[in-house]
Each structure stands twice: as structure tokens, then as C-alpha cells.
Design a protein around this ligand. Structure first.
Ligand SMILES: [Mg+2]
Length: 404
């Protein structure tokens, strides 16, 4: 068996997705997600110009060899563009191997360790009544674990809370420049514990609650927030400090028993080394799409599991159904599963990427279709071409740039 084609498909059924489609000489196709939100075309070029030509003629069954060839062979290792491209190849080859075997991918990863996969959804609001309504809407959809993001009084636009205008007056759908949000750490630290007190009072002690600080706090600020949130029994506090500073979480850990999660911007196991070896976190949060694929994610989870650390794969809307499907096969198979982020996709996106995975009563399952269980509708994808777009940026009250 040989690879005869490696095509990069860019489509925007409401948001941009980049997909690698690998085809073998006997007509088997495999899909891999290569979507890097806000920097999509850099990965397209990396794949089209540098990776796809290397795949032609290769044996698709030699997945580990292909991974090492692309990772070590490029000399320039790591980074989100490189690792998203390698991830797309890795997942596409696993898709092919599982299709040839006639099995859903999770069966090749050791088989199911559980019957279903608990998901958490995103609730948000600029006021407490809005947040309560958002939580209730998620509960009606079946969610049994919920991330809470709140507006902060005095701030116009905050991460995770939908708004109609940004600080500089531009509409969020203006794509020529990033939307500008604003930030005040002191106001945030004063307000967020009151939000969780109110949510606990409204919804009781049993609902698992999560919160994402989106890398905006210094170590001592994050330590204080973790302590202040302890009475409200969070499932986790996510990305409390800038992720590239592994030592930052040592100080946070020394001050709070609030569980910590991090890793959605990590690309290799080396980003986690201190965090895992010294047990500074409770959940590893990487995306299959940005971490080099299923192969290194399985190794990461096995490594983390030796320290009692659990999986929590990154799964916002900008992970395509292809990336989500790959995540769900891992979730079902690994023993140290923690939870899966899942927002779902629009109906149009689900038509472009028809998938076997299901969401029911707060739980996901990858389905029993051979491979990862996703089929790409090429014609529908082509009818929705790429649209330029950026992630927002963030400025403090004095105008200086802050972490977004
Ligand atoms: Mg996050």
C-alpha cells in the first residue's frame, strides 16, 4: 500500500478549518485536522509546500516512522505550525490504518476503557442572570459539567463572554484586524469569587464547575484566586498563568488545593516535563490537533498517568470535527481520562464533516465506524472558502498589551 495523494482542504462553514486528506493507491482515504485558529494559512503552506510532497509513495501503515521522519527530519522542531502539520499526517494515517483493519480507531489504541466520555460545556454571561440562563441552557442540552466565564464590572469585553462591540468600537466580526478586548486583573480577582459563590448557591454543590483564567495572572495572583475559589469546589482552574513558564505553577501549587489544568498551547511533551515530574498540575489539556497527533498524545497520557495526572483534551469550536473525533477515540481508550471539552459545531460544519461521534445526556462516544469516523464533503467544503480572521488581542487600562 502506498500514498498517492495528499490534499489540503481549507473551508469556512462559519469558521476556518484546515484538513489534510491522504489517499492510498487502493482508494482508502484518511483525514487529519490541521486548524490553527487565526494562523490557518501558515499550516496550509507548511503542509502543501513541505510535507505533502514527502508523503507521496510512502507506506501509510508506517505511522511512527512517518512521525519521526517529519519531526526529526525537518531539524526545526516543535512550534504550533510544525506540530499541527505533523498532527494532521499522524491522524490521517491512523484513520487509514483503522479503516483498513475495519475497526474504529479506539480499538487499535487498546480498546475501550470506559463506556462513554464525560464532556463539559461553556457557560458565560456579562451578568449573574445571564450566566444562570447560560448554565440552564447547557443543562437542558444534557451537560453535566460546566465551565463558567463571566464579564467583569467596568470591563467592556472579556475572554469567553460574547459581546457585540469591542473596546476600540469595532464589531467582533470585523476581520481585517484583531478585535481589542480590555482587562483589569484587580477587578477580575475581586469579582470572580462572587460569581462562583452565586453559581454554587443557585445550582447546588454537585454540579462540576470549571473556570479558565486564559493565562492572564501572575503566579501570586493565580495563587490568590485558587485560594479564594476553594470554598466553591472547582473541578479545575485552567491556564491560570502564562503557559510557557512551567515554574510559575510551583508557587500556585504551594498555596491552593484548587485543581490545576494547563496545556492547550503546548505542542510537545517537553512543555510539560516539570509540570508532570513534579506533580504541579492535575490535568493535561493539549489538543490532538496541535500536539502532533494521536501518537504523541497517547505517550503524553501514559507519562502523565504515572503521576496520577488525567487527560482533558482541548476541544473548542476551532478544533474541527476531524480533530474532535481523534480526541474521542483517545478519550475512550486511555485509562487516565479526566474530562473532554466539547462545544459542538454548527449544523453546516456537521454537514461538511459528517461524523459518527455522538453527544447524548452530557456524554460523548466516537461511534463504531471504521477509522476515526469522519467523512469530508468536498463539494460543500469548496462552497465555503477561507475567510481571513484573527483571535482578539487584549490591552490593560493604560493601553499596554496583556495576555489574551
Ligand atoms: Mg482554555
Amino acid at each position: 500500500m502506498k500514498i498517492v495523494d495528499a490534499k489540503v482542504v481549507v473551508t469556512s462553514p462559519g469558521r476556518n478549518f484546515v484538513t489534510l486528506q491522504v489517499t492510498t493507491d487502493d482508494g482508502v482515504t484518511g483525514l487529519g485536522d490541521a486548524t490553527l485558529n487565526g494562523r490557518e494559512l501558515a499550516v496550509v503552506s507548511y503542509l502543501r509546500d513541505h510535507v505533502a510532497p514527502l508523503l507521496i509513495g510512502r507506506d501509510p501503515h508506517r505511522i511512527e516512522d512517518a512521525w519521526q521522519y517529519l519531526y526529526r527530519g525537518a531539524y526545526w522542531r516543535r512550534g504550533p505550525v510544525t506540530m499541527a502539520a505533523i498532527a494532521a499526517v499522524d491522524v490521517a494515517l491512523w484513520d487509514i490504518k483503522a479503516k483498513v483493519a475495519g475497526l474504529p480507531l479506539y480499538q487499535l489504541l487498546g480498546g475501550a476503557s470506559r463506556d462513554r466520555i464525560r464532556a463539559y460545556g461553556h457557560a458565560n454571561g456579562s451578568s449573574l442572570p445571564e450566566i444562570f440562563d447560560s448554565v440552564r441552557a447547557l443543562q437542558e442540552r444534557g451537560y453535566q459539567a460546566i465551565r463558567i466565564q463571566s464579564g467583569v464590572p467596568g470591563l467592556k469585553s472579556v475572554y469567553g463572554v460574547h459581546t457585540t462591540t469591542s473596546v476600540d468600537g469595532s464589531a467582533p466580526d470585523v476581520l481585517a484586524r484583531p478585535v481589542v478586548e480590555d482587562w483589569d486583573t484587580a477587578a477580575y480577582l475581586r469579582y470572580i469569587p462572587r460569581v462562583f459563590e452565586a453559581v454554587r448557591n443557585e445550582f447546588g454543590p454537585d454540579l462540576p464547575l470549571l473556570h479558565d483564567a486564559h493565562h492572564r495572572l501572575s503566579p501570586i495572583e493565580a495563587a490568590r484566586l485558587g485560594k479564594d475559589l476553594e470554598p466553591y469546589d472547582l473541578f479545575w482552574l485552567e491556564d491560570c498563568t502564562p503557559a510557557e513558564d512551567q515554574e510559575a505553577l510551583r508557587l500556585v501549587r504551594q498555596h491552593t488545593t484548587t485543581p490545576l489544568a494547563i496545556g492547550e498551547v503546548f505542542n510537545t511533551v517537553f512543555d510539560y516535563q516539570t509540570l508532570i515530574d513534579d506533580r504541579l498540575i492535575d490535568y493535561v489539556r493539549s489538543a490532538v490537533t496541535h500536539f502532533g497527533g494521536v501518537s504523541p498524545m497517547k505517550k503524553l497520557f501514559d507519562y502523565a498517568g504515572q503521576r496520577g495526572i488525567k487527560s482533558a483534551i482541548h476541544g473548542p469550536e476551532d478544533i474541527s470535527p476531524v480533530g474532535m473525533a481523534a480526541a474521542l477515540h483517545l478519550d475512550l481508550a486511555v485509562h487516565n481520562f479526566g474530562i473532554q471539552e466539547y462545544s459542538g459545531h454548527t449544523d453546516l460544519t456537521n454537514e461538511v464533516f459528517r461524523h459518527a461521534y455522538t453527544f447524548d445526556d452530557g456524554y460523548l462516544h466516537p461511534g463504531e465506524a471504521p477509522g476515526i469516523g469522519v467523512e469530508l464533503d468536498d463539494e460543500l467544503a469548496a462552497a465555503h472558502p477561507y475567510e481571513p480572521g484573527y483571535l482578539p488581542v487584549n490591552r490593560l487600562q493604560d493601553g499596554s498589551v496583556h495576555d489574551w
